[in-house]
Design a protein around this ligand. Sequence first.
Ligand code: PHE
Ligand code: ZN
Length: 886
Amino acid sequence: MDRADAAVKTDPSTIFLKDYTPPTHLIDTIELTVRLNDDVTTVSSRLVGRRNPASGSGPADLYLDGEDQELVSLTLDGRTLEKGDWRQKPEGIVVPGIAGDFTLEVEGRIKPQDNTRLEGLYKAGGMYCTQCEAEGFRRITYFPDRPDVMAVYTVRIEADKARYPVLLSNGNRIETGDLEEGRHYAVWHDPFRKPAYLFAMVAGDLMVDRDSFTTRSGREVALEIYVEPGNEGRTGHAMDSLKRSMAWDEEVYGFEYDLDIFMIVAVSSFNMGAMENKGLNIFNDKFILADLSTATDADFQRIEAIVAHEYFHNWTGNRITCRDWFQLSLKEGLTVFRDQEFSADTHDRGVKRVGDVRLLRAAQFPEDGGPTAHPVRPDSYIEINNFYTVTVYEKGAEVVRMIHSLLGAEAYRKGIDLYVERHDGQAVTCDDFVAAMQDASGIDLTRFKRWYAQAGTPRVSADWRYDEAARTLTLDLAQTTDPTPGQPDKQPVVIPLRTALIGENGQRLPLTVDGEESGDETVLVLDEAERRVTFSDVPKGAVPSLLRGFSAPVKLDAAWSDADLGFLAATDDDPFSRWEALQTLATRAILAMVEAKRAGRPMSLDAAVVSAVRDGLEDARLEPAFLAELLALPGESMLGQAMDVWHVDAVHEAREDAIWTLGDTLFDTWLALYDRLSGETAADDLSTAAMGRRALRNRALQFLVSSGRPEGLARAAAQVQAAASMTDVMSALAALNDTDCPERTEALQAFHDRWQDNPLVLDKWFTLEASSALPGTLDRVKELQSHPRFDPKNPNRIRALVGGFTMGNPVRFHASDGSGYAFLADEVLRIDQLNPQIASRLCQPLVRWRRFDGERAKAMTGALRRIVEQPTLSKDVFEIASKGLS
Ligand code: PHE
Ligand code: ZN
């Protein structure tokens, strides 16, 4: 390798938001012809474009992105361009001197069958499909592949008719016909202008599930879900979710679907969850296929949420798209907020909120506190694929949720209407979104915008004093945000703190805030470093309930005593706050056990936790689904986050011991609860209430098994055998998974034998094997990599087995001998050769090394260094691993 080459590979260039310039040329229409062949696929495109007035006038270079393809010819306004008429760039070509209107024809050749990156056009199973977000279109044809270039597409697909009877693309099918040699074609036209990342096409021998939806203005929309043969009959839940999403979006946002057909295709190899291509969503089949015997309740809910999410993008993402990829959260944060609310309206709002906060804390907070921290709107990147993050998605959704809280539902909706009125058909920025919200509501959001620009999780402290004589409660609030890479100094952000005071009898008290009557719940806005608030006319014994509903993505450190937390855990009427009180109490107690353990003292779980759990169990007012959440102890990574150094083994043991104590002390209560709920719910009842009862029953089972008593194990083994539903089977297997007993071995083997021909269900088995805390798990994972059904290229298999170990098994992944880290480094390097996007995601756990003790940190950085030193590393992995070391 010569020096220039080495420089490109080890120091890929960084792209900055501040360098954004409008495109020099616009493309009005593209006619694309794709001729699919086993050996070489040819792609011809005809672009009709013009100089962009917003960029200037006169001759300018037209830049076309292109990667991994052979350029056959270029024709400008009918004249074939010779070498010399255009210039080669590292990742594209330049055609100089284009001043006015132009027509450019491009001919190229690609090999989708060799495309293991799964970006652009590739083969998945027996079908061809595409993935163009963010920059995949340039792997299909030379094109200005940036979201602010929006064109009208006409797409002709040609393929062998017998093997690929179904030919799909965006928009409406306007023509089909037969060709020579057993081939055929279809032409699709999408009347809506769109950026290249929303282009999609599919060719395959597919089965279809058809339905229809009548929009509120009376238009009938054909709905079609395509799957590979063998998967038919498993799309009912996705179809039902789609129709409910369409109705919800009309009702809550006034958004109606705009084409006559909406299609979904489920594919078996997909890097992400799903993709919102205009009129032709393409899904990881994991998020479409479901039936009672193969899907858990959690799977059903996830499918519903993702189907909704992709559908919702039709307005928030497709009709109004992003100007550039720094604005990704414009569509993702907003669309996640929309799908969260859809699920909250469909199921139990409190339970949904708790689940969303759990994810935010487990995944986003660590990202925000580590070396890859970035703002919701990043200001630089090396590889945009690395920015499809929990920060852009989930924190982005929290930012939209805060706007919703600050404005109120009505003004928020006016803001949405104004946003659409101003920007339909455009590619815009997060600033445009906030401006619409501000202008529609009259609320100044200037300072609020810091949430988009500043990384890191703000810490809020809350302290209070009660003056009995004056009957006042003085609340002192303060905020700080720790430095993050590139942002040493932080400014205060605007933090809406939903607040109530809970009186001795457990009721919300009427509030007088700084002299003003404020109902019995208020949103205190902390937008300076500090703020003091005085509540007057407060009776003795009132306890503040703060950050209700988790009204801002912050870490709250409030001066609650254990007694206050026990009180809130038993009485707070805000489900999130009630759950949070018990979580905080349990966290304190388990951390005390960790301390004891490390000091060589015996561990014992604080009795306050036992009694709070008992109170919850006895509270007949609680919905089972909520109770199941309330009774779950904080996970190991949450506990780790609460410590300066995450002592992996001590945390694991303390948590296990706490669960054992709860299982043992309350054994009879768990048993009675389990047995009572066993008769109550039919396995095929998929109502929210039934899912809740199953969740609670399985929570009870977890504690029963953890007690170590034979009745517990017996019930779990019986539940696996009864196999009433996948939810019950998986819960029982999970309950048994960390116990070395014949029940576990037999149950896992039986599950394997039953499901070995269903890849998605077998993934659950791979994950169980990989996430067992039992010693020997890493060897088992390595052994399973040669399992006949483990396809080492398939992202779902990799996530199930390798990800199941590295993300779902802290105690084994962080083994003090460094074996888990070495394994991950090997896997990252292996997978990077095939699929950089997957490799880069897999690499993430290693960058968190600062959270661990010296020995582990050294082994983790050693693994990262080994990765970075690989000479042929992708940009994707280079960016994550090198930032991880910096
Ligand atoms: N835009 C997709 C979504 O959020 C996610 C995605 C990104 C899929 C990149 C594929 C590639 O719904
Ligand atoms: Zn999305």
